[in-house]
Ligand binder design. Structure first.
Ligand SMILES: Cc1cc2nc3c(=O)[nH]c(=O)nc-3n(C[C@H](O)[C@H](O)[C@H](O)COP(=O)(O)OP(=O)(O)OC[C@H]3O[C@@H](n4cnc5c(N)ncnc54)[C@H](O)[C@@H]3O)c2cc1C
Length: 460
């Protein structure tokens, strides 16, 4: 190492980069991390955390409706966007500060600026006249929003990044996209009283999720006042005196004050100097890595969204831990992507772990048993609301292992974290059923589901 400035240089102080840098420095290695924006990365600054605050702010309107059913009354309840933004930004700054402080405590040097690879051992900090060498380099630059730049008027559209800082709450918003970010922001704005339209080119929202979840959620978000337009693409956006007119390919014209594109994210590799360092990308534009997160360059690794494997914060963190174990602890490890639980913070939210019914049908050779229940949560008994919860268990007919759990309804993200333990442990339906219920809860349904869905019994 004598020849290099650092043992490890990490590019990107987000979820993955911060964890890898800290663990390595705590082992006594000389480590630096470059960050071009704010420490904490997407999750803390413009992803999971501020999004969840927005969801929680927005959900209050629904809680107030429920409360009225229970006899509460609120005169003149109103929401102030600037007050919320300020509180959110103070908390985000606090969290970012904690991340930076933890780096410092571990002995990691924080380099403010954009890092560009010059060769496999050298990075330049743009505009700072600084060149740094390192024995090993870890790329953890994350992803960034994608929108169709060639579409006329696209410059009028925002992405999730700007949605966190809108100067004022619009009266009408149109959100393009059907993935989890689009659906979550639709819920946020609708809950805050914004007239919200979700436009997606596919046949239903949440592609890749279980079909029952997709259908159920689409119906439930419509009950919360979101207009869902499916099978439709944008043609252009036109700015007029009264707002932004969205021209759709089917001839529809929809006007809104804000148009948000949540049409996907791409790995953040632009102008990173990958070629100079011998780091190759795959056909999808993500950094190509082996199961141990090693790139095509011998001394360079990549983790997190920039590798586009499973773009979630806890996964980036686990990839960082596996990188550290493999490279600095002589304990080769790779992350196991099976049965990773995930949540969509839509309103109502979704919690999912394991296989969808369609995936299970493809992978379980003797077919699947499916258990489904839909019911009105007790909480809504006095409200007149016809919102319903969906719970679905997908069971391998041969082994009787529960291979998929799908929940749409209040608190499903909390429930799914625990269900994930059972799915990861490979427990059978009989073992789930041997677990005594907690009453009265929604979750008790998960251990009392008795009737197989009649059209879904095991093949053969
Ligand atoms: C709106 C939104 C909501 C989300 N919600 C959730 C959720 O609820 N749950 C969940 O698990 N995941 C969620 N995610 C995904 C999650 O944020 C990412 O999977 C996670 O942050 C990936 O971590 P990372 O370390 O790969 O990259 P990031 O956290 O994106 O960090 C990369 C960092 O690198 C910096 N950087 C990039 N290039 C350079 C360079 N050349 N030089 C210096 N610095 C550079 C960036 O500024 C950034 O800070 C959400 C994402 C978004 C956008």
């Amino acid at each position: 190492m004598a020849d290099y400035d650092y043992d490890l240089f990490v590019i990107g102080a987000g979820s993955g980069g911060v964890r890898a840098a800290r663990l390595t420095a705590l082992d006594g290695k000389k480590v630096a991390v470059a960050e071009e924006y704010r420490v904490g990365g997407t999750c803390v600054i413009r992803g999971c955390v501020p999004k969840k605050f927005m969801v929680m702010a927005s959900e209050v309107s629904h809680a107030l409706e429920i409360a009225e059913g229970y006899g509460w009354s609120f005169d003149n309840a109103k929401f102030d966007w600037p007050t919320f933004l300020e509180a959110k930004d103070v908390e985000i700054a606090r969290l970012s500060g904690i991340y930076a402080a933890n780096l410092g405590k571990a002995g990691v040097e924080l380099v403010h600026g954009r890092a560009v690879l010059k060769d496999a051992h050298t990075v330049e900090i743009v505009g700072k006249n600084r060149t740094i060498t390192a024995e090993k380099i870890l790329i953890a630059t994350g992803g960034r929003p994608w929108k169709p730049e060639d579409m006329p008027g696209i410059e009028h559209a925002i992405t999730s990044e700007e949605a966190f800082h809108l100067p004022e709450l619009p009266k009408r918003i149109l959100i393009a996209g059907g993935g989890y970010i689009a659906v979550e922001f639709a819920g946020i704005f609708a809950g805050l009283g914004v007239e919200t339209t979700l436009i997606y080119r596919g046949p239903n929202i949440l592609r890749g999720f279980d079909d029952d979840v997709r259908a159920h959620l689409a119906g439930e978000i419509e009950k919360r006042g979101i207009k869902v337009v499916l099978g439709c693409q944008h043609e252009k956006i036109e700015k007029t005196a009264t707002g932004l007119v969205n021209h759709l390919e089917n001839g529809m014209k929809l006007e809104a004050d804000v148009v948000m594109f949540a049409t996907g994210r791409i790995p953040h590799v632009k102008d990173l100097g990958l070629e100079a360092a011998g780091v190759e990308m795959n056909d999808e534009g993500a950094i190509k890595v082996d199961p141990y997160s090693k790139t095509t360059a011998d001394n360079i690794w990549a983790i997190g969204d920039v590798t586009d494997r499973m773009n979630l914060t806890p996964v980036a963190i686990r990839e960082a831990v596996a990188f550290h174990q493999t490279v600095y602890r002589d304990n080769p490890q790779h992350f196991d992507y099976e049965a990773v639980a995930t949540a969509v913070f839509s309103q109502p939210p979704v919690g999912v772990v394991g296989l969808s019914e369609a995936e299970a049908r493809r992978s379980c050779s003797k077919g699947v048993d499916v258990y489904v229940t839909r019911f009105r949560p007790m909480k809504y008994a006095f409200t007149g609301s016809d919102e319903r919860v969906l719970m679905k268990l997908v069971v391998d007919a041969d082994s009787q292992r529960v291979v998929g759990v799908h929940i749409v309804g209040p608190d499903s993200p909390e429930m799914i974290q625990l269900a994930a333990i059972a799915v990861k442990a490979g427990l059978t339906k009989a073992q789930w059923d041997a677990t005594c219920a907690v009453h009265p809860t929604m979750a008790e349904e998960l251990v009392t589901l008795k009737e197989k869905q009649s059209n879904a019994t095991s093949a053969g």
